[in-house]
Design a protein around this ligand. Sequence first.
Ligand SMILES: *[C@@H]1O[C@H](CO)[C@@H](O)[C@H](O)[C@H]1NC(C)=O
Ligand SMILES: *[C@@H]1O[C@H](CO)[C@@H](O)[C@H](O)[C@H]1NC(C)=O
Ligand SMILES: *[C@@H]1O[C@H](CO)[C@@H](O)[C@H](O)[C@H]1NC(C)=O
Ligand SMILES: *[C@@H]1O[C@H](CO)[C@@H](O)[C@H](O)[C@H]1NC(C)=O
Ligand SMILES: *[C@@H]1O[C@H](CO)[C@@H](O)[C@H](O)[C@H]1NC(C)=O
Ligand SMILES: *[C@@H]1O[C@H](CO)[C@@H](O)[C@H](O)[C@H]1NC(C)=O
Length: 473
Amino acid sequence: MEMIWVLLLVFGIFSNLRSVESRKARILESFEYTAISCRAHSASITDYGGVGDGVTLNTKAFQDAVNELSQFGSDGGAQLFVPQGKWLTGSFNLTSHFTLYLHKDAVLLGSQDVNGWPVIDPLPSYGRGRDAVGGRYISLIFGTNLTDVVVTGDNGTIDGQGALWWQRFHSKKLKYTRPYLIEIMHSNNIQISNLTLVNSPSWNVHPVYSSNILVQGITIIAPVTSPNTDGINPDSCTNTRIEDCYIVSGDDCVAVKSGWDEYGISYGMPTKQLIIRRLTCISPYSATIALGSEMSGGIQDVRAEDIVAVNTESGVRIKTAVGRGGYVKDIYVRGMALHTMKWAFWMTGNYGSHADTHYDPNALPVIQGVNYRDVVAENVSMAGRLEGISGAPFTGICISNVTIGMAKKAKKVPWTCTNIEGITSNVSPPPCGLLPDQGPEKIGMCDFPQETLAIDTVEFQRCSYTGVSMMYV
Ligand SMILES: *[C@@H]1O[C@H](CO)[C@@H](O)[C@H](O)[C@H]1NC(C)=O
Ligand SMILES: *[C@@H]1O[C@H](CO)[C@@H](O)[C@H](O)[C@H]1NC(C)=O
Ligand SMILES: *[C@@H]1O[C@H](CO)[C@@H](O)[C@H](O)[C@H]1NC(C)=O
Ligand SMILES: *[C@@H]1O[C@H](CO)[C@@H](O)[C@H](O)[C@H]1NC(C)=O
Ligand SMILES: *[C@@H]1O[C@H](CO)[C@@H](O)[C@H](O)[C@H]1NC(C)=O
Ligand SMILES: *[C@@H]1O[C@H](CO)[C@@H](O)[C@H](O)[C@H]1NC(C)=O
């Protein structure tokens, strides 16, 4: 099998050598991949006039391809292949029963022209854009009201070329909120896998108001000083599984959200049943996993395990404020290896950062049931900084089997605790008085749930693609 494809491929290239002036070759591509569903119809972006020379704008090619392939939604679906090359494009929308597949040497380049990014409404649960009041630039790859969508590849790249956007942000020249790389709204059965995302203008992957979401094998890289380049932000989503991701960024590697102040409270859509496993994070100014700060629709049943962080500000961080309302409940974390951190544990009820001045000062967030176990950390400046809200303490905090090696220049007091309640076992250095030690025999406490979540039972299929593309050499 393999042999035949190689021969055809070589023949394809040689047969085109005569027309050197066009610098094009026909190339037969054939490969397999795994996905939640396979597709009956296939096309290459070059079938729609796409040119992967890094200069030609391909927005229309992508949108034409998606529009035409959307007709197969009720006829087995379609997959769109992006071959080797540099594909400059503005934003385009996805469709249902659709797969976008990037070759390992395909790079989607986000357009530097602001007109390539139409402005859409703010999210109802936020009431405004994050950077500016009012609308927001649509993400590079956008989908809404969809089902059964796969964005994957053989580790192909999506490059947001964000530097220009970071500059506009810093010089306060933004009229609207910066775009994300991938945003999927009001959708279900989504797979985003085996891709490298670099230099996003802002957040990288943002599933919002959606369910049954798999994010697997994603590498995310942005300068550690770039503004708000969060890795993966599940936002008002149910049943999400994030695994085997490697993230270096200027903001939280994973940030779990559910809306902002009065807008999030009234939208009332929580993030729940979230699995995060085998995450590696480098983020010197932010958290490995942040819960909040926008958590006004509630966050419940988050299970994080096998987490590695290097040179990162904190491990799992809870951020909230008076006026947020909502809740953060039933959080389970086991197995963290942390190297060079400012705070191993950090939670705060004084985060501030409000959507506007109309938040309800009586809307107090409820933080309850936060479990951490089996944590080893080294070179840490402060073991824990745990600050609840006066009159609304954070309760049910459980920390067990934790060894924190302090840095040479560590703070004198390893733990500070205010307005919190909880218990500990086998924690070193010894925690604050508000977290009484239950004795060494309780080392196995702070239980991680046993029952599996629906998102863990998703079955994959072996899919294949065969088709001819134009290659630009
Ligand atoms: C991602 O790639 C790995 C091999 O690198 C493969 O084993 C895995 O099945 C792929 N996963 C998905 C969801 O595409
Ligand atoms: C993409 O979807 C957005 C939001 O629904 C819409 O405003 C925009 O017009 C769509 N773009 C195209 C090219 O259809
Ligand atoms: C998308 O779904 C949301 C939530 O169900 C709904 O409010 C909205 O009207 C839908 N939009 C479109 C374009 O169908
Ligand atoms: C994907 O590409 C990135 C960037 O080149 C690399 O760091 C990462 O190791 C690659 N992942 C896989 C699974 O090959
Ligand atoms: C304590 O945590 C370490 C990893 O940090 C783990 O290997 C060990 O099994 C845990 N011990 C117990 C009793 O759970
Ligand atoms: C320990 O952390 C400090 C910053 O707090 C850093 O400068 C130093 O390189 C780290 N040491 C090791 C051995 O990682």
